[in-house]
Design a protein around this ligand. Structure first.
Ligand code: E4P
Length: 218
């Protein structure tokens, strides 16, 4: 499963990239607004920072406007994926963009049937928002599992990005459900490394090493 970081903060992207496990970036208008930076220069810098796909979201609400915006975004760098909200106009645009070879990420998806429509329109990725579903009492990961089954049944190549992830258990469940990608905040990504037993073991080994007669090994 690929790991994307869900942020527009360059410092977080650079640090996660340096860890060697980062496969891509997802941004959204909320993330961009938190940086206080103009979108174009920020997007160009993010795309230069990572090799993998970078999702940049469209703001237009009509198909024509989305297609025009998507073309401008896609022209910015080779690794741009255009993020399009799942609405009728959005899917009309995705269909046209797929025909032009523009990669898309169909976002704010909350049901398996929406994901079926996204795949039929040729979306490269679909992003079910699991944390937001959990928050309203629906098991978000059930939607991911249903999408996996539907895509398997019909051989759709659209990749599933598990999004709106709140904690490491979401990442684990995404991997067990066979999601292609999981996108998460920097803090959740950091938590993937952590285990109290690892800390205890490393501390003990370092203590024990002090009792080993020292030569030129280390
Ligand atoms: C994913 O691509 C979205 O940017 C993100 O996960 C949005 O979800 P949230 O705002 O509920 O965290």
């Amino acid at each position: 499963m690929k790991l994307f970081i869900d942020t527009a903060h360059l410092e977080e992207i650079r640090e996660a990239n340096a860890w060697g496990i980062l496969d891509g970036v997802t941004t959204n208008p909320t993330h961009v607004s938190k940086t206080g930076r103009p979108a174009k220069e920020l997007y160009e810098e993010i795309c230069r920072t990572v090799d993998g796909p970078v999702s940049l979201e469209t703001i237009a609400v009509d198909a024509e406007g989305i297609v025009e915006e998507a073309r401008r975004l896609a022209a910015m760098a080779d690794n741009v994926v255009v993020k399009v909200p799942i609405m009728r106009e959005g899917l009309k645009a995705v269909k046209r963009l797929a025909a032009e070879g523009v990669k898309t990420n169909v976002t704010v998806t909350f049901s398996p049937l929406q994901a079926l429509l996204a795949a039929k329109c040729g979306a490269t990725y679909v992003s079910p928002f699991v944390g937001r579903l959990d928050a309203v009492g629906q098991v978000g990961m059930d939607v991911v599992r249903q999408i996996r089954t539907i895509y398997g049944n019909y051989g759709f190549s659209t990749q599933i990005i598990v999004a709106a992830v709140r904690h490491p258990i979401h990442v684990l469940e995404a991997a067990l459900a066979g999601a292609d990608v999981c996108t998460m905040f920097f803090d959740v990504m950091k938590q993937l490394y952590e285990h109290p037993l690892t800390d205890v073991a490393v501390k003990l080994f370092l203590e024990d090493w002090k009792r080993v007669p020292q030569d030129k090994l280390t």
